[in-house]
Design a protein around this ligand. Structure first.
Ligand code: NI
Length: 176
């Protein structure tokens, strides 16, 4: 497994709809997931989507224990989702600060559904269904967006709440 180079905003692979994974439990899929976790760990990310390492497939990983990039965030279970989908539960939306390893050094205030139901498959092809709120729901929605060519700056409603993290949050240390 290898930490791969994270593609940055402007790269066409980040702007396209990623393809469904057709075959489960393959060496290629296991290698991809391993590389996603290694890259996420190397960059202290809360999550990572396959297009961010240049692979246009519908695979995301996420998980937050104690993350220096999100010092206030509640923990999120370590999760792999292949071919994920989601639906909001209710219409509650809240703003929260987000960053992205593909948009290094910046933060923006992004509206997300507060309560969602998501689904997908494990690497082995087992069906996964989960309900999530708050930061967990936010992390899923951010990574899911990557599979549809959407980066968080495209979701900003107020461009005055978008800037460099060391300017917005002086004194806090971020890894990217
Ligand atoms: Ni991102």
């Amino acid at each position: 497994m290898t930490a791969r180079t994270v593609r940055r905003m402007g790269d066409p692979v980040l702007m396209q709809r990623a393809r469904e994974v057709a075959a489960f439990d393959t060496p290629e899929l296991k290698l991809l997931v391993g590389d996603l976790f290694d890259t996420m760990a190397a960059e202290n990310g809360a999550g990572l989507a396959a297009p961010q390492i240049g692979v246009a497939l519908r695979v995301i990983v996420f998980g937050v224990a104690a993350n220096p990039r999100y010092p206030e965030a509640e923990p999120v279970p370590t999760t792999v989702l292949v071919n994920p989908d989601m639906e909001p539960i209710g219409d509650g939306v809240e703003d929260g600060w987000e960053g992205c390893l593909s948009v290094p050094g910046l933060r923006g205030l992004v509206p997300r559904y507060t309560h969602i139901r998501y689904s997908g498959y494990s690497v082995a092809g087992a069906r996964i269904k989960h309900e999530a709120r708050g930061f967990h729901a936010r992390v899923f929605q951010h990574e899911f967006d990557h599979l549809n060519g959407i980066l968080y700056p495209m979701r900003l409603r107020d461009l005055t709440a978008f800037g460099f993290e060391d300017v917005l949050f002086p004194g806090q240390r971020f890894s990217d």
